[in-house]
Design a protein around this ligand. Structure first.
Ligand SMILES: *[C@@H]1O[C@H](CO)[C@@H](O)[C@H](O)[C@H]1NC(C)=O
Ligand SMILES: *[C@@H]1O[C@H](CO)[C@@H](O)[C@H](O)[C@H]1NC(C)=O
Ligand SMILES: *[C@@H]1O[C@H](CO)[C@@H](O)[C@H](O)[C@H]1NC(C)=O
Length: 439
């Protein structure tokens, strides 16, 4: 009797202790349990030698094993060095990745893996603020479980060194090589977490995308690509005044240009001429003559930034990929963001929290749209098609093809396919200048 009770206690303790644990080579990786979500989390796992000392400003040195008998992976690591964060949250020693997975996965589960690589203009970004719990929970609930992973890469001068010395030593873009190293780590090790290691990373585009794409480069990989309605408002200073500052901002945004300074100046002037200075035509769109107490030029420049930096490129890559026969799924996100300052509208990255199941409060339709978006994305991650019919009821996301240029309008009150024609005359004009704009 005593013996039996002892055994029950031991097994109860053991099953707790071994829950969030993965064996990687000789090392036991100990993660954190989230029983309330039936999930496990492994954070701050290094995928490369710390890029410090002699390795600073060097390509990453990938490292696919850990040292020691056990490794504590119960929290995120520090973020890579960047402005705007307290010193206590940043470190040069930041080349780590994180894994969120359903609990009790068998080692051979071979689940599809969704990897999140932060944006932020190569100057900002933290894997620790992107919480994969909502996505993993929805993936399990809809019957297509996934593993979610996220990674850090070096930023600013440490990730993207500039100047002659960096060029000569082949050190431009070491931050992109960090991303590749992390993807290679995932390919080498994710099976130990219950992930599918079938597909791996391929490389970095050597040269200007504009030139490569014009020559037909690029594979037939399916992809989802989209923009939000008012992308450019985040990149337009509310203090902007007058035409001269509008031009200056355009030039700064795209400097240095591979076509030279005067070609860039001309292209900015020619392009701005295609943007109406009537506030009713400006960005944030559909806000009538409201100029939010700002200079009228603000809405014009925000429209310019929206198209030049985002919409034109989404369209142009989409056209090229569709012409190559790649399945392309495009979107325009227009869901109202009542918590934003009104001059921001539906600004850059507004859609990202929806994909993670954490839309902002204050918009009662947002939670449902968020679930539908998670379903599209998870469906795509698990079947390469957003329309697997599982999860929430949602319209078919038709592919964008050369003969049918349609995109999904992501709006909770009107989730529907629409023709891809918003600002088409401006973006068609912009297509002649991608190289000048370093694209
Ligand atoms: C875990 O990491 C996050 C982000 O770096 C930090 O805010 C938090 O305080 C850490 N939690 C613990 C328990 O250390
Ligand atoms: C993710 O979000 C959930 C729900 O808010 C929270 O309980 C959990 O601590 C977060 N996970 C991590 C690793 O921070
Ligand atoms: C839904 O959006 C489309 C495209 O923007 C528009 O043509 C249509 O009138 C909208 N429908 C409703 C009910 O608002």
């Amino acid at each position: 009797m005593l013996h039996a009770i002892g055994w029950i206690l031991v097994s109860a303790t053991l099953s707790c202790a071994i829950a969030a644990e993965v064996k990687l080579g000789k090392t036991k990786v100990i993660g954190a349990d989230f029983p309330q979500f039936k999930q496990e989390f492994f954070g701050g796992i290094p995928f490369a030698s710390p890029p410090v000392g002699n390795l600073r400003f060097k390509p990453p040195v990938p490292k696919f094993t850990l040292d020691g008998a056990s490794f504590s992976a119960t929290n995120f690591s520090a973020s890579c060095v960047q402005s705007g964060l307290p010193f206590s949250e940043i470190s040069e020693d930041c080349l780590t990745l994180n894994v969120f997975r359903p609990a009790d996965l068998p080692r051979n589960a071979a689940l599809p893996v969704m990897v999140y690589i932060y944006g932020g203009g190569f100057a900002h970004g933290q894997s620790s603020i992107m919480n994969g719990t909502g996505l993993v929970a929805q993936s399990v609930a809809r019957g297509t479980p996934i593993i979610f992973a996220s990674l850090n890469y070096r930023l600013g001068p440490l990730g993207f060194p500039q100047g002659e010395e960096a060029v000569t030593n082949g050190l431009l873009n070491v931050g992109l090589h960090d991303q590749l190293a992390a993807l290679q780590w995932i390919r080498a090790n994710i099976h130990a977490f219950g992930g599918d290691q079938e597909d791996g990373p391929h490389g970095i585009i050597p040269g200007h995308p504009a030139e490569r794409v014009a020559r037909g480069a690029g594979g037939k990989f399916p992809f989802i690509s989209g923009t939000v309605l008012d992308e450019g408002t985040s990149f337009t200073p509310p203090t902007l005044m007058g035409e001269a500052q509008a031009e200056a901002l355009g030039v700064i945004t795209f400097s240095p240009s591979p076509a030279g300074a005067s070609a860039l100046q001309n292209a900015v002037e020619d392009t701005l001429a295609h943007y109406s200075d009537d506030p009713a035509d400006g960005c944030p769109y559909f806000t009538g003559n409201d100029i939010f107490g700002l200079d009228p030029e603000y809405k014009r420049v925000a429209a310019f930034e929206t198209d030049l930096v985002f919409l034109s490129l989404r369209r142009w890559f989409g056209h090229a990929a569709a012409a190559r026969g790649a399945p392309v799924y495009s979107y325009m996100f227009t869901d109202p963001q009542p918590e934003n300052a009104p001059e921001l509208g539906v600004t850059h990255t507004s859609e990202v929290p929806y994909v993670f199941g954490a839309p902002p409060a204050g918009n009662p339709g947002a939670p449902m749209l968020s679930k539908q978006m998670m379903d599209y994305w998870i469906s795509f991650a698990t079947s390469l098609d957003p329309n697997d019919g599982k999860g929430t009821t949602r319209p078919k996301w038709e592919p964008f093809t050369s003969s049918k240029e349609v995109i999904l309008q992501l709006n909770h009150a009107n989730l529907t396919m629409v023709a891809d024609e918003f600002h088409i005359s401006q973006t068609d004009f912009n297509d002649r200048n991608h190289f000048v704009f370093s694209q």
